[in-house]
Every structure is written in C-alpha cells, then in structure tokens.
Ligand binder design. Structure first.
Ligand code: SAH
Ligand code: F3S
Length: 438
C-alpha cells in the first residue's frame, strides 16, 4: 500500500519552494501527500538553521512528533533541509526515534532512502552538490490561492558573510538553466497564476553559463506576459547593478519593490560581518534605486548586537534607519552559529540584555517610520492583485500593490486573482485599508 506523507516547513521562502519540490519528487514515486498529521505514515520537517531560536522551535516540534510515534509504531520521522545538513549523523545517533536525515541537495534520493527504512533502520544523505538545481522537477504548489508562486532560480551562496550559516548548509552558489525557469513560469501562467517571486540567496549573482545574467533573465520573464507580475528576493547591495534597476523601470509588470539587506549602518561592523560593502556604498545603491525608480519601496534586514558592536556603531544603524526610512525591516538579535567565521574568530561579546535593548530601539524606530511611511499612501489609488480573504472578515479581501504593501478592501464584485484599483482611506504600521474604485 502507498505510504502517506505530511510535511511542515520552517524558515525562508526558499524552504517553502524546496518543500514543493519534495512533494513533487515523492508524489511521482507513488507516495500520497496529506495535510492531516493524524493519518500520515511519515512526518517530514523541513528545517532552518539561520538563528538558534529557529532550531529550538524545530526541536520542540520533534518532541511532539516523537510523542505521536509512541502510539503509532510504524510512523516515520524525517528531518530535511538546513538542520539536517548542519547536524548530519548526530541527529540519528542522539535520537533513535528519528528515521531519516536528508540535506537540501539530496531530495531526489528520498524515495530510495525511505524504501531502506523499517525495523529500526535509519537512513541519511547530506551530500552537497555543485550542480543540483532540481531544474527538471515541477514543484507541487502549496499556495492556497493558486495566484502567487515561488520559483527558485539558483541555490546556495558563496558570499560567506561572517555571521551566516547558509553557505555551510546550502552549499556553493549555482544558477538554474534559464530555459527551465522560463518553462516553469509559462506553465504557471497557463494554470492561471498571476504573480511569481524569483528566489535566490543573492539573485544579482544569477549567471547561466555567462550567457544570461540576472537583468537579462528578469527581462525575459517580464516579456512573457505584460499582465503577469514579477517579484524577486534577495538582492545584495554591491552586486545589484543599474542594469537590473533599468529593467525594473522599463517593465510595468516587474514590481517596484526591492529587499536589500543592510545588516548594520556602521562600516566598521559591516567589515567584521565581511559583507564587502561600506555604509557609503549601501547609500549609493539606495540613491541609484531612488533615481532610476522613484516609486520603489525598499525593505531591509538588520542585526542588533553583532560581535564588537559599540554603542556608537548601534547609533549609526539607528541613524541609517532614520535617514533611509525603510518601508519595512526584518530585525534580529545576533545569534552565533557554529563553524561560521564569526564563531571561529570573533567574540560574541554583546550581552543578551544589550542585544535586546538595541533590538527594541531598532524595532521602535522602524515601526514609527513604517507608520509614517504608510500614511504617504493614503488618498492615492493603487492596482492590487487580489490574493485572498482578509483575516478579519469574509466580506473583505487582501492583496498587494506593486510596492508590496498589504492592502485590505471590501470585496464588492471582485474575485481572487483579479487586478483591482483601490483607493487608500486609512493606514497602520502593517496594512493599508481602502475601497475599490473604477
Ligand atoms: N541572502 C539571504 C540571507 C539569508 S539569512 C536571503 O535573504 O535570502 C536572512 C537574514 O537572517 C539575513 O539577512 C540576516 O539579517 C539574518 N541572519 C543571518 N544569520 C544570522 C545570525 N547568525 N544571527 C542573526 N541574524 C542572522
Ligand atoms: Fe548569508 Fe550573506 Fe549569503 S547573509 S545567505 S552568506 S549573502
């Protein structure tokens, strides 16, 4: 009888995209995908290692899964993704209730590995690859709305920022064949999808055999269908070229939104982070965005309390936030990760209390700016792609404008997947509220 599998996903959009590949690989080998944890034969957890608290959450879930196994002896538990890659055999040795450990480049091996299980046998494949991009596999989409989708255009990262574990757990940077990317997007359009987000740790490094770079890929995707929206993530400050910005400007269907992680406003800290750019270079890139695409929204990532960060350095971060007025920020406390450069050579010397206080200052400042920023959208009309029902009421839909702002409005006669024009009446830190106009 065919085995059923269930899968939970933690971490970034890339993990969501990988889960869609895993579902596809297993389904084509005869496994049955279920969203009901109580009827499954196998529980997978696709994991994140980027900060310690991400791992703590997964360990908590594993305890819960193991508890289920006590009443259901044949249940199998598999750990996938970044924690599988980081902890490898240790996961199996320290926990006999875990059956399977598979890293991000070994998902093709899953059906074979599962067939080797049973009778207390465990299985593992954590080999990283220089070539694997899963280019030929059509993901089984998880998105409920069937309107927006992720497409991975590359895997891994070569940047080696000193705080970051990603290069260790996701391997070397490699780009996916552009033909397979274009084909996947054309299929999405045929199936009624209206928006794609192209994914990579550093999309500006996309390079297919020196024939196609990121700006060229972006242009090819934009030309497929002028009503089909394109987003991408993540851009890297000194790799983001003016060519990319010009292509964004040229095509209305490329969304006017860039996520450009800065991490710190201090050149000194950036040097210790091995980011390869200074505060000035970052400011110059922001200037280029604003010059070429004046209506572009910009968001960022910030880390509070990195090794050696002085009060002065922290103030430079606050000052940068004030100066640039980011539309949105993902804000974190520094969390030391094993084997990284920072773990080996720098001292995690900022106390928990100071990290928390600095993070709170960053969050409070960003929230005030987000609130003020969102007020600028009031009394204006934006084209919104309807993505689904608002959390609060079935009479309301939500969607996003080109600038990636979440907008809530009364349904009227619109449907999910429509483009509608919405007049913004109110705003808060996170949302804009409006009504459909013709
Ligand atoms: N280029 C990648 C970055 C992945 S990690 C991408 O965005 O796709 C995402 C963010 O997590 C980073 O930008 C950084 O702000 C944060 N981060 C990474 N390692 C961290 C650590 N050790 N402690 C705290 N935050 C970290
Ligand atoms: Fe990590 Fe820096 Fe790459 S943050 S994912 S090493 S760009």
């Amino acid at each position: 009888m065919s085995k059923k599998f269930y899968i939970e996903t933690y971490g970034c959009q890339m993990n969501v995209s990988d889960t869609e590949l895993v579902i596809s690989i297993l389904k084509s080998s005869g496994f049955i995908f279920t969203k009901n944890i109580d009827e499954t034969d196998i529980i997978f957890v696709n994991t994140c290692s980027v900060r310690a608290n991400a791992e703590t959450r997964v360990f908590g879930r594993l305890e819960f899964f193991k508890h289920k196994k006590k009443t259901k002896k044949h249940l199998l538990i598999g750990v996938l993704g970044c924690m599988a890659e980081r902890l490898k055999n240790k996961l199996l040795e320290e926990d006999k209730l875990i059956d399977l450990v598979v890293g991000p480049d070994a998902y093709r091996d899953l059906p074979k590995l599962i067939s080797n299980l049973g009778n207390g046998q465990q299985a593992i494949n954590v080999l990283l690859s220089r070539e694997e991009t899963y280019a030929d596999i059509s993901p089984i989409r998880l998105s409920e709305n069937k309107i927006t989708a992720f497409v991975s255009i590359m895997r891994g990262c070569n940047n080696m920022c000193s705080f970051c574990i990603v290069p260790f757990v996701r391997g070397r940077e490699r780009s996916r064949d552009f033909n397979s990317i274009l084909k996947e997007i054309k299929d999405l359009i045929k199936n009624g999808y209206k928006e794609v987000t192209l994914l990579g740790q550093n999309v500006d490094k996309y390079n297919w055999k020196n024939e196609v770079n990121f700006s060229q890929l972006l242009e090819m995707v934009a030309k497929i269908n002028s009503k089909f929206r394109i987003r991408f993530s993540t851009s890297y400050p000194q790799d983001m070229t003016d060519e990319v910005l010009k292509v964004m400007k040229k095509y209305d269907n490329i969304c006017k939104y860039i996520h450009l992680p800065v991490q710190s406003g201090s050149s000194e800290v950036l040097k210790n982070m091995r980011r390869g750019y200074t505060r000035e270079i970052y400011l110059d890139r922001i200037k280029a965005i604003k010059k070429i695409i004046p209506d572009c929204a910009i968001s960022t990532d910030l880390i509070a309390g990195f090794c050696g960060e002085t009060e002065e350095n922290h103030k430079e971060t606050l000052n940068l936030i004030t100066k640039l007025e980011f539309d949105f920020s993902y804000m974190f406390k520094y969390s030391e990760r094993p084997n990284t450069y920072a773990h080996k050579y720098l001292k995690d010397d900022i106390t928990k209390e100071i990290k928390s206080r600095r993070l709170t200052e960053i969050i409070d400042l960003q929230n005030a700016i987000s609130k003020k920023n969102n007020q600028k959208y009031e009394n204006k009309i934006f084209e919104v792609l309807v993505e689904g029902f608002s959390k609060k009421s079935k009479d309301y839909f939500f969607g996003r404008n080109s600038q990636n702002k979440v907008i809530v409005f009364k349904k009227e006669s619109s449907k999910i997947g429509d483009f509608v024009n919405v007049f913004i009446e109110h705003s808060s830190i996170a949302t804009l509220i409006g009504k459909i106009v013709n």
